[in-house]
Write a protein that binds this ligand. Sequence first.
Ligand code: NAI
Ligand code: MG
Length: 480
Amino acid sequence: MPSDWTYAPAPEARDIVTLEERYGLFVGGRWVEPRSGETYTTISPATEEPIAEIAQAGKDDVDLAVGAARDAHENGWSAISPSERAKYLFRIARILQERSREFAVLESLNGGKPIRESRDVDLPLAAAHFFYYAGWADKLEYAFPNRRPQPVGVAGQIIPWNFPLLMLAWKIAPALAAGNTVVLKPAETTPLTALLFCDVVRQAELPPGVVNIVTGDGRTGAELVKHPGVDKIAFTGSTEVGKAIQRELAGTEKRLTLELGGKAANVIFDDAALDQAVEGIINGIYFNQGHVCCAGSRLLVQESIYEPLIGKLKRRLATLRVGDPLDKNTDVGAINSKAQLDRIKELVAAGEEEGAEIYQPPCRLPEKGYWFAPTVFTNVAQSYRIAQEEIFGPVLSTLTFRTPEEAVEKANNTAYGLSAGVWTEKGSRILWMAQRLRAGVVWANTYNRFDPASPFGGYRESGFGREGGLHGLEPYLEFE
Ligand code: NAI
Ligand code: MG
């Protein structure tokens, strides 16, 4: 065990970000005061310091935004030449690249994720999504030959707090490329990068009303879902809310895609390169504090390598640096909210009560803010809550298996089906596993890899519909 991993602090400067004290709603290309008259304070989860006042949009506000999106759709956006549409998307992509440090700092400040991740993952991928879908905007006829693709109309988009700007990009880029206009609602705890994105929209000279941003909590989301002027809802978030939205939309003409939770198995066979596998396990569950729908939260280890693998994993865990999200050396940042921290604590307590063995490396957590130490559970039975429920925190549940058949059975023993990982030297075994794992994405000898060209989405309680790739355009198109 290393005796001391102290690093000198390497804080990222905050002054690149200019914050308003108070933000309105972005509707029809302008900032408007919320008609609801309600606001709330958004904070930094790492320090609990207040950052800005945010509008809590009500029914009238949502109505105004949907109206602006409808006008923009009918008065130009759906009719302009596809190559013009592409031009705007390319502009947005380039501006995001140019302003990436500003966005990365703001993302880490408001959401608690390490600056290393917002800088190296969230921002490059967000820009890449706009570049990718910009390329399709004038090629839809080729992408869907003989199907006469047409935009759906106005898309209502509701996103979570774990990848605020990236989820915005996943939603807005394909919608615009396909000729739709949007009303997007960011999550209540992380509205700031979506609000900064309004400035990108302005800079790109996107016609007014093509992108509208309404802030607020679940009540605002529910208004958007219910609004009769919305043609399509795209939702990423909890399975519980996803189901409620599906019930609400049953029997209506509105289209729906849901990207919900997960409880992915990360399966390590005895012939895997163990040190690489340990890195993959760490990346799979501690990336973004485990606030990842496709997190590798169930570790399945072949019995013959259980001891050495767990030993290596615990040693590696002790080297993770937990703390200030804006420090460039930080590996694990703050938990996004008090509510999420409470949920993690409750499930971890349940794991201990049910009889699992807990391991946490010695680490000093800051006094202010929301923190949870990286955690590994061993001796986990499949029936335990920590093996069944999405924890959405830096908590790994370890199970074992003897044969590939048993690995498949255990991996598939979940209500979810979003992602899985397989670690083995044998290509034939990767293919054998991939055919049997019921998961939308299967990573082999890697984990949490994303590319805009590659569709992402799940089975069963993980939702339906795909984002990314050509598949990600389809939900935003109508075919004759
Ligand atoms: P949530 O599903 O309540 O929130 C996600 C988004 O939906 C937010 O923008 C929220 O304002 C909105 N929303 C909430 N209620 C709504 C409603 N009735 N109608 C329309 N929109 C609504 O998720 P929450 O409460 O933040 O997290 C709870 C759990 O959900 C987490 O612990 C995690 O397990 C899971 N989750 C999964 C995510 C994923 O990426 N698949 C993302 C966020 C949470
Ligand atoms: Mg909720």
